[in-house]
Write a protein that binds this ligand. Structure first.
Ligand code: NG1
Ligand code: ZN
Length: 548
């Protein structure tokens, strides 16, 4: 491997800027774009090492800062099966971006030695970037060392994060998962969606009715490109009206994160009442739905509502198919308590909890035959075990089963193709939601009324060092600083159906506070009291607390 060139370019073009507290977090590295040059250069190197470590398997690199504001950017590594980078390599990533320029080559050599990497193995990296102005230069900086190290680079340019995950999986499965091109991605999802219109028998429930009109807030991000392509391909079936389509400022008062946190419509929202709207985030891996009703009230259908719609439909199909399939849902502590109650008590489907971050949810979901996982913020998907996919596909050919069973397995089989199993994908999830609403002939109000969310609120608290906050029990209990959990318990005990927890963010230098309770009038107070406790126990700085 040509270390002298790597060293020379590192020192002359991408010197370490010695950032304190830099860490490979929930979504890789994320910060102001101008600080990222040496980080992306070194991640280019690391992706080659990771690929060689895995005998030449394709590794993904995505340049994006998702829902963050335009001046930010970020980079994350995607493992060959489309999963997030393995945890012990996250530590290596942090170490590699921290070492001094003079130690870079020695560090690379020690990683090779420690991990027993065959330097002569081939290596391949698949790279994509979002639509930020800074993304092109950063992707070039990441590609530079990959070329010096003579690894193969497949640069797909401006794509959504889930498209990158799809491409990584397709390339590593030699096309078994799908055709490894962007056209292949659109064709796979669009064809399955078109097919769903013929195999789902829309039931007329007389009271509500499905409408194929959908307004999509694309956060002025890369998702706008993808949404426009689906609009073109699916024009005869669904009318997708895109706004915040790239002309405005990225993620500015729009997008899934804004809508979820502020519980308010985005900028440029159509003024019509009771119409079905969806918001995706800046890199199109999160989706929420919403509508404004006749009383001008904003109604949010977030990741929990999407998960419940999917779980209930899958359960119905599995039961009708007669197949023995174990279905489960994975949530985090941010899931609204009412959604968890609905799934466990009404649907009788097991719910597992993990820490925040899709890699945790994804791994837990793999333990079910069919695992649905969603973060409340709208990031999630469904994963099917390979044997279960085979079983479903085989059943569609089985002549012995009843018509009702065949219908259900055909539907299940087609749903598998609509879903981007490799990671949460806002547009694939949107097609899935539309398929289910169509099959049930539901409008958005009917969906919303499945269960009523408990009023909830999220706040951010700035503290000296957020790492003082340590949690256990899927982040639902705080074990450090001492006394904080007892204080939270005491505060919560005054609120009927109250629940609150705190954790350090993995993507921002703050502590997040979540609160929910029965009475909407109380929830702000509960969140503020817990925030104050965090401020007092964990060394708060600045104003107390910051409402977001
Ligand atoms: P942090 O900042 O660690 O809370 C946020 C989201 C995660 C995940 C990551 C990556 C919340 C509460 N947290 O993480 O779910 O999406 O960003 O984008 O929404
Ligand atoms: Zn995102």
């Amino acid at each position: 491997m040509d270390y002298s060139e790597i060293d020379h370019i590192s020192r002359t073009c991408f010197p370490n800027n010695n950032l304190k507290n830099i860490q490979y977090g929930t979504a890789g590295f994320r910060m102001r774009a101008e600080l990222l040059n040496h980080v992306v250069y070194r991640m280019g190197i690391l992706s080659v090492l990771r690929s060689k470590f895995l005998n030449g398997a394709g590794i993904g690199l995505m340049i994006t800062a998702s829902h963050n504001e335009e001046p930010d950017n970020g980079i994350k590594i995607v493992d060959p099966a489309g999963e997030m980078l393995e945890s012990d390599w996250e530590e290596i990533a942090t170490m590699l971006v921290k070492v001094q320029d003079t130690e870079l080559i020695e560090t690379i050599k020690s990683i090779i030695k420690d991990k027993n990497i065959d330097e002569n193995s081939s290596a391949s990296v698949i790279i994509g970037r979002d639509s930020r102005e800074s993304s092109l230069a950063l992707s070039k900086a990441a590609i530079k060392p990959i070329e010096i190290l003579k690894a193969t680079v497949k640069d797909f340019g401006i794509i959504t994060t889930p498209q990158l995950h799809y491409l990584v999986v397709c390339i590593n499965s030699n096309g078994v998962y799908g055709v490894p091109t962007i056209d292949g991605y659109f064709d796979k999802l669009s064809n399955a969606f078109i097919k769903s219109q013929t195999i789902e028998n829309k039931i007329n429930n007389k009271k509500y009715s499905y409408t194929n009109q959908l307004y999509v807030d694309a956060a002025n991000g890369v998702g706008a490109f993808a949404a426009k392509e689906f609009k073109k391909q699916l024009n005869n079936i669904i009318t997708i009206n895109i706004f915040n389509d790239g002309a405005g400022k990225l993620n500015y008062k729009c997008g899934a994160d804004y809508v979820k946190i502020h519980q308010a419509p985005p900028l440029n929202n159509p003024s019509k009442l009771n119409i079905k709207c969806a918001s995706i985030d800046g890199d199109a891996d999160r989706l929420v739905y919403y509508y404004v009703d006749e009383n001008n009230k904003f109604n949010l259908l977030d990741g929990d509502k999407i998960a419940i719609l999917i779980v209930s439909y899958l359960k119905e199909l599995i039961e009708a198919s007669g197949l023995s399939i174990n279905l489960g849902l994975v949530q985090t502590a941010y899931a609204n308590g009412a959604s968890t109650n609905y799934v466990t008590e009404i649907l009788n489907v097991p719910v597992a909890f993990t820490e925040t971050g899709v890699k945790h949810l994804h791994h837990r979901a793999q333990q079910f035959d069919i695992g649905v996982y969603f973060e409340a913020n709208g990031h999630g998907t469904v994963i099917f075990r390979d044997e279960i996919i085979k079983m479903i596909r085989n059943s569609t050919l089985n002549k012995e089963i009843s018509n009702q069973q065949r219908e259900s397995v055909l539907k299940l089989s087609n749903l598998i193709d609509i879903i981007n199993q490799t990671v949460g994908d806002a547009l694939s999830d949107m097609l899935l939601v539309e398929t289910i609403l169509y099959a049930r002939d539901w409008d958005i109000v009917m969906w919303k009324e499945c269960y009523l969310d408990f009023p909830n609120r999220q706040l951010k608290v700035k503290v000296k060092d957020r790492n003082i906050i340590k949690t256990t029990d899927a982040e639902r209990k705080c074990i450090s600083p001492i006394g904080l959990q007892e204080k939270i318990d005491e505060i919560v005990s005054h609120y009927p159906k109250g629940r609150s927890f705190v954790r350090a963010s993995g993507t921002e230098d703050i502590v997040r506070v979540y609160a929910e309770c029965q009475d909407p009038m109380d929830v702000e107070k509960l969140a503020a009291q817990v925030s104050l406790a965090v401020y007092q126990f964990a060394g708060g700085v600045g104003e107390i607390p910051i409402a977001i």
